[in-house]
Design a protein around this ligand. Structure first.
Ligand SMILES: [Zn+2]
Length: 466
């Protein structure tokens, strides 16, 4: 492989073919079905599908096939099947649905407004994970351009990842023959500890989402006459949450949500802290003198990757502060997002959460708990020698730095599904979500120079496939 030619080809392709398309992609508010119940009628997903379809068709390698699956009532699936001329079956993964808007965008920026600034492309969904389809096809195109032999590559793009991939099991069954048995899975939907090297993700947390609704009255009443006598729905919700987490430390209480962290992941965490130092602390936009939940750097990383945690991500039944009268409100509804460590069974964890929230309810309040599709975490199988050599070489060739691996606190449901189904497969889970890139939050950006180098690394690793 001619590295210099590869860098040139990838750079040009990114500038001319990928970035203009990503600009258009950011403009489309293609929120994942969880955040847009009328996604089909609203038509944003069809718009994105058509755009991806047109683009992929235009850049389809010779003899490759573009396959669209669309089962009624489900989000679509896009496949690019590139035949190989050497052994091996590589599955490349990405998604084209997005997180909701979120507020806090800088002046002149917004989720659906692509802005290029300091070699970063701002806007929702560019980095998470709009670039994946385009970068995957770019990496393979670059190899083919040099006349190199490639293994069979299947690029699989889903449209419901941010909702927990509820439609994927159906499509994996439907496309089982096309997918075959992957030897190598490449996923471009993950994070990077910095922008200086090639990062691989060796584990992911799982996710349990649910809404907790506490109802005390059939309608709101004057708080002057009721408060004190009528128990507040907020206080009951608070009591119930304290069954899930210690409110002083944030530690999760039910033991079903914890796992024993393997020793090799502990040493990996140590190595990561050696490389990044206080990076994992400083990457957050702390307000004033705010400090993290622990000042131990390794424990801090473990808390966001291998320990369970609860976040309250939304609420209903509460008017905005500026419109809040003195009312004892009839109900409080909280949206809970509970990250669970790898190797924790989401079904068992969900049962434990349900039990904690619904048994022995104070004052006989009406409590309803509704769960979303739960997702399991994932921990990588042992990396084979050819792959760790290929990763090492790629990072050194294109970043001039040693590669590094990390555990990730986020969730990619498909990786757990694949790991279970294909225990022999090797994984390269990587991505552009480095410090500040803020996927899911305001000011999400795609670090363009990093994305280009990452594309080169993927090409190099696929080229080294043995
Ligand atoms: Zn993603």
């Amino acid at each position: 492989m001619d590295n210099k030619a590869l860098i040139g080809w990838v750079d040009k392709f990114w500038e001319n073919k990928i970035l203009p398309t990503l600009f258009d992609y950011i403009k489309i508010p293609n929120k994942s079905p969880s955040f847009d119940k009328n996604w089909k009628e609203n038509g944003h997903m069809d718009k994105v599908l058509n755009m991806a379809k047109d683009w992929a068709r235009k850049h389809l390698p010779e003899n490759a096939e573009l396959i669209i699956k669309e089962t009624p009532g489900k989000t679509p699936l896009l496949l690019v099947d590139i035949p190989g001329n050497k052994e091996g079956n590589v599955l490349m993964y990405g998604h084209l649905d997005k997180q909701p808007e979120m507020d806090g965008w800088m002046d002149g920026m917004g989720p659906w407004n692509p802005v290029l600034k300091d070699e970063k492309l701002y806007g929702r969904g560019g980095a998470d994970d709009g670039y994946a389809l385009f970068a995957s096809m770019c990496s393979i195109g670059a190899l083919l351009d040099q006349g190199l032999e490639i293994p069979r590559v299947l690029i699989l793009i889903e449209f419901c990842e941010e909702s927990g991939s509820p439609d994927l099991p159906h499509y994996i069954e439907l496309c089982a023959k096309t997918i075959g048995s992957p030897d190598l899975v490449v996923c471009l939907d993950s994070g990077a500890g910095d922008y200086k090297r090639f990062w691989t993700t060796t584990s992911l947390r799982g996710l349990i989402g649910c809404s907790l609704k506490v109802q005390v009255l059939t309608e709101g009443v004057h708080s002057g006459g009721a408060s004190g006598h009528v128990p507040s729905s907020f206080r009951i919700a608070r009591q119930l949450l304290s069954r899930l987490e210690h409110e002083d430390s944030g530690q999760i209480i039910p033991k079903e949500l914890h796992t024993n962290i393997p020793d090799h992941r502990l040493s990996e965490t140590k190595a990561l802290v050696n490389v990044l130092g206080t990076g994992p602390v400083n990457e957050f936009p702390w307000k004033n003198n705010m400090v993290p939940s622990t000042d131990d750097l390794e424990e801090g990383v473990l808390r966001r990757t291998w320990r369970p945690a609860l976040s309250v991500v939304g609420a209903s039944g509460l008017p905005p502060s500026e419109n809040a009268g003195n009312v004892l409100r009839p109900y409080t509804q909280l949206q809970l997002s509970i990250r669970i460590p790898p190797m924790v069974d989401p079904g068992v964890a969900q049962e434990a959460i349900k039990k904690a929230l619904t048994e022995n309810i104070p004052y006989n309040a009406t409590v309803t708990v509704e769960f979303e599709e739960a997702a399991a975490g994932w921990s990588a199988p042992k990396t084979s020698v050819w792959l760790s050599d290929a990763i090492k070489k790629a990072s050194s060739d294109f970043f001039n730095e040693k590669d590094c691996s990390m555990s990730e606190g986020g969730t990619i449901p498909f990786m757990a599904m694949l790991g279970e189904r294909f225990p022999e497969a090797q994984f390269v889970i990587t991505g552009v979500l480095g410090p500040g890139s803020n996927a899911h939050g305001p000011n999400e950006f795609l670090h363009i120079p990093y994305a280009k180098k990452l594309t080169c690394c993927i090409a190099s690793i696929v080229n080294d496939y043995k």
